[in-house]
Design a protein around this ligand. Structure first.
Ligand SMILES: *Cc1c(COP(=O)(O)O)cnc(C)c1O
Length: 435
């Protein structure tokens, strides 16, 4: 399968090239050239299949031309070491809990899959040199990527994070791992970390010597595996008798997850319509109303993983609809949610239905609770564990939130990080010492 660039000015790329490069030469995003829908029998029997069985079939359709089936199925098996259950919330809403991975983030699946796919390419077509993955993080991405790549042979990860600006739990999630993961504590802000990573990628001298790659969310190897969730979610809704007119609601920031849901639809998943749930960052919502896309600076909210003013995957979504605003609007509707509404919806849902939402899931709940048509039901993505946003959730409900043992166990490790200035010279010195 070939991958094309959304900017249309780069050559078609193989999967391997798309994964190793991340961005196309014209700075566009890679998209699969076509989608091969799964056969009718697959959908007729999906409710009888396990998450792994479903995912192997979907992975064959997406990656089967580029990775041998036994390798691909092993990658799937190693990626999905956890479940993502649908928990019924109301009579017509099921919460698809995407947060049961090692760092309790839905980004775990994409990070784990990408790590293993990169490991496969390194073993089979690399030149034996180590691949160095650079990742700048303001918190969650770093922990999902670091944990996803932990122990993968042939790959080393360098996580750059702003000193004193990530939560203690997040910091522990990438500074206590050891093995092939190194944390660099940058004396600066997130933008400084990102600038250092960018400088390293532009440094031709370094590029000639080291195999460098990025693991940010625009990479197809992180994006496409997120579509697995929707097939498994659909299968569970079908078992509950709720898949007849299914609305898929995705709390969105950079819109990778929604894009993955739309791709599931292109593979034939019977979804009636999609809802892009936002917090107070309204850029996509405004686009849906007006047809004009105007990026702007993000504003901070209680659902901070969705504080994005220029969603990086918007281009991919436009591309899926041939840049036709009407066609897009016929399948996707939007919603926005203020901080006050986040707090009141967490409290309401807990009190009325006993289900504890996190601030991101609350934006999704807000988007569908009063807005389902007759006969419709909603698959609502719950993207984070409520304990990760303990203070907000406790403030909303007035009840204490227990920290799951998996999250607490990160706190017991020993923090190890390399102190780093925000000037490129010291980062380059560090990189120069690598093999
Ligand atoms: C990353 C993230 C989102 C946003 O997902 P996108 O794919 O960027 O739209 C939503 N909620 C949580 C908890 C996240 O970590």
């Amino acid at each position: 399968m070939k991958y094309y660039s959304t900017n249309g000015k780069a050559p078609l790329a193989s999967l391997e090239k798309a994964v190793v490069r991340g961005l196309a030469e014209d700075r566009g995003l890679y998209m699969p050239e076509r989608f091969k829908p799964l056969p009718r029998e697959f959908y007729d029997n999906i409710q009888t299949m396990t998450f792994q069985e479903i995912t192997c079939a979907v992975a064959d359709s997406l990656f089967g031309e580029d990775v041998p089936a036994d390798e691909l199925h092993r990658i799937v098996e190693e990626t999905l070491s956890f479940d993502c259950p649908v928990v019924p919330v109301t009579r017509s809403i099921g919460a698809l809990e995407l947060f049961h991975g090692p760092t309790l983030a839905f980004k775990d699946v994409g990070a784990r899959f990408m790590a293993r796919l990169l490991g496969y390419f390194t073993r089979h077509s690399g030149d034996g040199r180590t691949v160095h993955v650079l990742v700048a993080t303001s918190g969650d991405t770093g922990s999902a990527v670091a944990n996803g790549f932990l122990g993968v042979e042939g790959v080393r990860v360098h996580v750059l994070y702003p000193k004193g600006k990530v939560s203690p739990i997040q910091e522990c999630q990438f500074t206590t791992l050891g093995q092939n993961i190194t944390a660099l504590e940058v004396d600066g802000c997130f933008d400084d970390c990102q600038a250092l990573v960018k400088s390293a990628f532009m440094d031709a001298e370094l590029g000639a010597r080291l195999r460098l790659t990025s693991a940010n969310s625009i990479n197809v190897a992180r994006l496409l595996p997120q579509s697995f969730y929707y097939f498994h979610g659909y299968a569970q809704m079908k078992r509950l008798g709720l898949a007849g007119q299914l609305v898929v609601c995705v709390p969105s920031g950079n819109f990778g997850n929604l894009c993955a849901a739309l791709i599931a639809g292109r593979l034939g998943l019977p979804v009636k319509r999609y809802v892009a749930a936002n917090n107070a960052n309204e850029v996509f919502f405004d686009y849906l109303q007006t047809g004009i896309y105007s990026p702007r600076p993000s504003i901070p909210t209680l659902a901070n993983a969705m504080d994005v003013g220029d969603p990086s995957n918007a281009e991919r979504i436009f591309e899926l609809y041939g840049r036709d605003w009407k066609a897009l609007g016929a399948e996707i509707s939007g919603s926005v949610c203020s901080d006050e509404q986040i707090l009141s919806d967490i409290a309401f849902c807990r009190k009325q239905y006993g289900y504890l939402l996190d601030p991101h899931g609350a934006c999704g709940f807000h988007a569908v609770y009063h807005r389902l048509g007759r006969g419709e039901s909603a698959l609502l993505c719950e993207t984070a564990h409520p304990a990760k946003f303990k203070d907000t959730v406790e403030k909303a409900t007035g009840e204490p939130v227990a920290i799951p043992t998996r999250l607490a166990s990160f706190m017991q490790g020993t923090k190890q990080s390399v102190p780093m200035g925000r000037d490129y010279a010291s980062f380059k010195e560090y990189l120069s010492s690598l093999q």
